[in-house]
Design a protein around this ligand. Structure first.
Ligand code: NAD
Ligand code: IPM
Ligand code: MN
Length: 350
């Protein structure tokens, strides 16, 4: 069959380190040949050329079957790197332009990985939920501004954009995903008691679309209380649907309770397939450990599994997951392997 074209954006910090391992595993696991093109975008390119994501590069990336991304973002407070320049100009631009409205972030406590949650919490059931985070709207759109900057009268606003179109499509996707899971439960997480404009839109559409899915059990929790339950009773969650900013925060906590940020995978999915979807670990460029071969590549490797699944290779995706599970089960507590050793060990099981 024809090769699958992959745009690879290793990015900054530990991005290139973990991406190399994800590609290593993808190459052994995939039933199809990959034709990958590497795009050197990120801090280095910006600092050398001033370019973040040239239109011509975006146009090329758009022609691929899928995108694999490491992480972007420089060291905090680098005087040469304006805050957000890469996050907004590269990562969010890709998500917005390629219409990645479903930011899919599964969370499972795999046997062998260690959760900081107490025994009695874990005894209540398996942690196995997926966050469907809206990916193109909310306060991420750059709507807002700053007035009288640097004066005592400064006003800064980041307006959260919520459109009926955008909210309905992500809610529809979340119901469809809940329907395919054994527990068929969907929880809306928002803050309808305070964010009453956006909240009423989310709640109304959640109910309206829910009427078409009588087999899905629904639940609503305010974001603050949802964080209580995520730490005290995470087994209550199956599928969570939420907005862009809440979803960002929720998924770092979800990672922390299921073995750590080094295991959390994600897909920026365009369910309509009008543009390639993009797969990346939930974590960032981790400048504190970059270049030391300390990064755990498992999140990037599992993101590769999500990529294969999206491209229709569910068996190969499951094989990667099984290899990761076996590796996790044998990870001796207190020991650490180099980034490439973890990749080698997982690849060797395939
Ligand atoms: P981070 O996720 O990069 O790091 C948080 C902590 O987790 C650090 O202590 C780091 O060492 C650790 N960590 C992260 N990934 C790890 C891994 N694979 N193995 C072991 N430890 C790991 O978050 P941050 O420090 O807030 O952000 C650093 C930079 O990354 C910033 O510029 C930020 O904007 C950017 N960022 C990018 C993305 C992305 O590209 N998707 C995501 C988050 C943050
Ligand atoms: C993530 C990151 C990004 C986000 C940033 C870097 C724009 O934190 O992928 O979770 O907030 O979505
Ligand atoms: Mn995040």
């Amino acid at each position: 069959s024809a090769p699958v074209t992959l745009a690879v954006i290793p990015g900054d910090g530990i991005g290139p380190e973990v991406t190399a391992e994800a590609l290593k595993v993808l190459e052994v696991a995939s039933p199809v040949t990959f034709e990958s093109t590497r795009y050197d975008l990120g801090a280095e390119r910006y600092l050398a050329t001033g370019e973040v994501l040239p239109d011509s590069v975006l146009a090329e990336i758009r022609e691929h079957d899928a995108i694999l991304l490491g992480a972007v973002g420089g060291k905090p407070n680098d005087p040469n790197l304006p805050p957000g320049i890469l996050e907004r100009g590269l990562l969010l631009r890709l998500r917005f332009e390629l219409d990645h409205y479903v930011n899919l972030r599964p969370s499972r406590l795999f046997p062998g990985s260690v959760s900081p949650l107490a025994e009695h919490v874990l005894e209540r059931g398996d942690i196995d939920f997926v966050v469907v985070r809206e990916g193109t709207e909310g306060p991420y759109t750059g709507n807002g501004g700053a007035l009288r900057v640097g004066t005592p009268a400064e006003i800064a606003t980041e307006v959260s954009v919520n459109t009926a179109y955008g909210v309905e499509r992500v809610i529809r996707d979340a119901y469809a995903r809940a329907e395919k899971r054994p527990r068929k439960k969907l929880t809306l997480v928002h803050k309808t008691n305070v964010l009453t404009n956006a909240g009423s839109l989310w709640w109304r559409l959640f109910e309206q679309v829910g009427a078409e899915h009588p087999d899905v059990t629904t639940d609503y929790i305010h974001i603050d209380a949802a964080m209580i339950f995520m730490a005290t009773d995470p087994a209550r969650f199956d599928v969570i649907v939420t907005d862009n900013l809440f979803g960002d925060i929720v998924t770092d906590l979800a990672a922390a309770i299921t073995g750590g940020i080094g295991l959390a995978a994600s897909g920026n999915v365009n369910p309509d397939r009008t543009a390639p979807s993009m797969f990346e670990p939930v974590h960032g460029s981790a400048p504190d450990i970059a270049g030391q071969e300390k990064a755990d590549p498992t999140a990037a490797i599992l993101s590769g599994a999500l990529l294969l699944d999206h491209l229709g290779h569910a068996d190969a995706a499951a094989a990667i997951e099984a290899a990761v599970l076996a590796d996790l089960a044998e990870r001796a507590p207190g020991t650490s392997r180099r980034t490439s050793e973890v990749g080698d060990a997982i690849a060797a099981r395939l």
